[in-house]
Write a protein that binds this ligand. Structure first.
Ligand code: HEC
Length: 489
C-alpha cells in the first residue's frame, strides 16, 4: 500500500501538477452558463452594447479585421472573411460564438483584450438560438467607445499638409504626430493634457488597455494621446496657424506652431470624420454622426469656437465629407446615405441633392470655378456633377476598391483620390487619370495634397505615411511612428 502511494506520488502527481500548470497557461474557454430565461433577448438593448464594448474597436468603421464589421446588425449578419459568423437558431454552429467563447481559434477578442464574461456569452448564444432577431425599434445612439483603442490599432486615418508645405500631420490610433516635410523628421506628438490625468475606468469597468503605441497604458493610468478615441480627420487652417483634429465627440484646435491644445469644440453626437476650413479661414465645417442615425454637419466660428451653423437632418447617415465651395458661399457634403448634397451658407438652407452613387460616398470636392463637383466612395467610382444643372456629367472608373478620400489640388480642375486598392491617383475633371502613386501595401484611408499639387501625403492600414513629389510621382519619404524611427528629434 505504502509502495503504491509513493509510486503515485512519484509518477502520477508530478504529471498531474504539470497538466494543471499547462491548463492554467493555455486560455480556457469562457464558462457556459444557463440564463434560465424565456423572454426575447433584444439586439439593440442587450447584444449591441456588448459588441460595441468589446469588439467594435477592431470591427467597425474604418477597421474591419477579418473583413468582419460589427457596426450594425446588417453587417454583423453578413459575416466576415469566412462567411456568416452567426447562424440563426444555431449558436453552437456560429463562428462568432466559437471564437468569442474560446472553443476555436483565433480567440476573440485577441490576447490582451478583455474577453466576454460568461453572462455576455450566454446572452449572445441565447439571442442566436432565439433566431438572431433584428432590432425592432429604430435604435438609439450607439454607446460611445470611450475606452482608448488597443495598442495594435494604429492605421493612419488622417493626414494634413501645412499650407507652407513645411509640416505634415498624421494621426495613428488616438495620437497625432507632426513631421518636418522636407527631412521626414518626427518633430512632436500633440498631447491633450486632460488625458495625462488619470482616467475614469472605461464604461465597461473592464480592463481594456488605455495604451496606444508606446504610451504607458493600464487601467486608469494617464495616456499619451491627442484624443481618447481614434483621430479620424485632420486639417490645417489656411494661415497654417491652427491644426484641427476630429475624433469621437470632439474636435480639438491646436496651436500649430507650439503644438499645444488651444480649444475644444464639443456637442457632437458621435464621431467627427470630416473637417474643412473655409478659404477665408473663418469657419470650420465638421461632418460625422452615428451610423444609420442623422448625419451631423456643424460649422464653427474658428476665432470664438462657437457653433455658427448647424445643418440638421441634412443627411440620414454618417457624413464622410464636407467641402466649402471656392467662394465659401456653399458647402458640399457626402454621406453613407449615398447622397451628395449642397447647402447654402450661412443660412444652411438645402440647395441640391445629387443621387447616383450606389454605396457610401466618402469624399467630395469642388472644381476651381465652383461649377462642378467631384465625389467618390465605396462603389469604387468617381462621379462628376454639374452643380447648376443638377446633373451627373460622368462616372470615372479606375480604382479597384473603395475610394476613401477625394481632394482637389487647390482651386483647380485636378483632384486626387486614395483607395483601398493601395493607390493614390491624380485625375482631371474630364476623367483622365494623370498620375498614379504606388508603393503602398495595404488599404489607404487618408490623403492630403498641397494646393499646388507638388506634395502628396497618404496613409492607411500600414500605419506608414508616404510622401510623394506630386509633379513626378517620386516617393520622397516614409513617415513612421516615432518609436519605429532610429533618431528622435
Ligand atoms: C484587438 C482587435 C480585435 C478585437 C477587440 C476583436 N477582434 Fe475579432 N478579429 C480581429 C482580427 C485581427 C481578426 C482576423 C483574424 C484572422 O483572420 O487571422 C478577427 C476576426 C474575427 C472573426 C472572424 C471573421 C472571419 O470571417 O474571418 C470573428 C467572428 C470575430 N473576429 C469576432 C469578434 C468578436 C465577437 C469580438 C468581440 C467579442 C472581437 N472579434 C473582438 C481582431 C479583433
Amino acid at each position: 500500500m505504502r509502495l503504491l502511494l509513493s509510486l503515485f506520488l512519484i509518477a502520477v502527481l508530478p504529471a498531474w501538477v504539470c497538466a494543471q500548470e499547462k491548463k492554467a497557461q493555455s486560455v480556457p474557454p469562457i464558462a457556459v452558463i444557463d440564463l434560465r430565461r424565456t423572454t426575447p433577448v433584444l439586439y439593440d438593448k442587450e447584444i449591441e452594447p456588448i459588441l460595441v464594448n468589446k469588439c467594435a474597436v477592431c470591427h467597425s468603421d474604418n477597421i474591419k479585421e477579418g473583413k468582419f464589421d460589427l457596426g450594425s446588425y446588417e453587417a454583423l449578419m453578413k459575416g466576415g472573411k469566412h462567411g456568416a459568423a452567426v447562424v440563426p437558431g444555431r449558436s453552437a454552429d456560429s463562428l462568432l460564438v466559437k471564437l468569442a467563447g474560446r472553443t476555436e481559434k483565433k480567440f476573440m477578442p485577441p490576447k490582451g483584450e478583455e474577453p466576454l464574461t460568461p453572462e455576455e456569452l450566454a446572452l449572445i448564444k441565447l439571442w442566436i438560438d432565439q433566431g438572431a432577431k433584428a432590432p425592432t425599434a429604430r435604435r438609439g445612439r450607439p454607446r460611445a467607445i470611450v475606452a482608448a483603442p488597443p495598442a495594435n490599432v494604429h492605421p493612419v486615418l488622417g493626414v494634413a499638409i501645412s499650407p507652407d508645405k513645411k509640416y505634415i500631420a498624421a494621426s495613428r490610433g488616438n495620437q497625432i504626430h507632426i513631421y518636418e516635410a522636407a527631412s521626414g523628421k518626427h518633430l512632436r506628438m500633440l498631447l491633450d493634457p486632460q488625458l495625462t490625468a488619470p482616467l475614469p475606468p472605461p464604461n465597461s469597468g473592464g480592463e481594456k488597455t488605455n495604451s496606444a503605441l508606446g504610451s504607458s497604458g493600464g487601467k486608469g493610468e494617464p495616456i499619451k494621446a491627442a484624443h481618447l478615441s481614434l483621430v479620424e480627420a485632420l486639417a490645417y487652417s489656411p494661415d497654417g496657424k491652427t491644426l484641427a483634429s476630429g475624433a469621437f465627440g470632439e474636435v480639438v484646435l491646436w496651436d500649430a506652431d507650439k503644438g499645444i491644445l488651444r480649444g475644444r469644440l464639443t456637442g457632437f453626437a458621435d464621431r467627427v470624420v470630416a473637417l474643412d476650413f473655409s478659404h477665408d479661414g473663418k469657419l470650420l465645417a465638421t461632418g460625422g454622426g452615428a451610423p444609420t442615425a442623422d448625419g451631423e454637419i456643424k460649422i464653427f466660428d474658428v476665432a470664438s469656437g462657437k457653433l455658427a451653423v448647424e445643418i440638421k437632418n441634412g443627411h440620414s447617415d454618417t457624413v464622410f465629407g464636407v467641402c466649402f465651395s471656392p467662394d465659401d458661399k456653399k458647402l458640399a457634403a457626402c454621406a453613407a446615405d449615398k447622397f451628395v448634397k449642397v447647402f447654402e451658407l450661412p443660412s444652411g438652407k438645402f440647395l441640391k441633392a445629387f443621387e447616383g452613387h450606389t454605396h457610401h460616398v466618402l469624399g467630395v470636392g469642388w472644381s476651381g470655378d465652383g461649377k462642378l463637383l467631384a465625389s467618390a466612395g465605396a462603389d469604387n467610382v468617381i462621379k462628376i456633377w454639374d452643380f447648376d444643372k443638377g446633373e451627373q456629367l460622368r462616372t470615372i472608373i479606375g480604382h479597384g476598391k473603395q475610394i476613401t478620400r477625394l481632394v482637389f489640388l487647390g482651386k483647380s480642375d485636378q483632384f486626387a483620390t486614395c483607395s483601398g486598392d493601395q493607390t493614390v491617383r491624380f485625375w482631371n475633371i474630364n476623367g483622365s487619370n494623370t498620375r498614379n502613386f504606388g508603393g503602398s501595401a495595404d488599404f489607404l484611408y487618408a490623403l492630403a495634397v498641397s494646393a499646388d499639387g507638388s506634395l502628396v501625403a497618404v496613409g492607411g492600414q500600414e500605419g506608414i505615411v508616404r510622401v510623394y513629389n506630386g509633379a513626378n510621382g517620386q516617393l520622397l519619404k516614409q513617415l513612421l511612428p516615432p518609436n519605429a524611427q532610429p533618431a528622435k528629434k
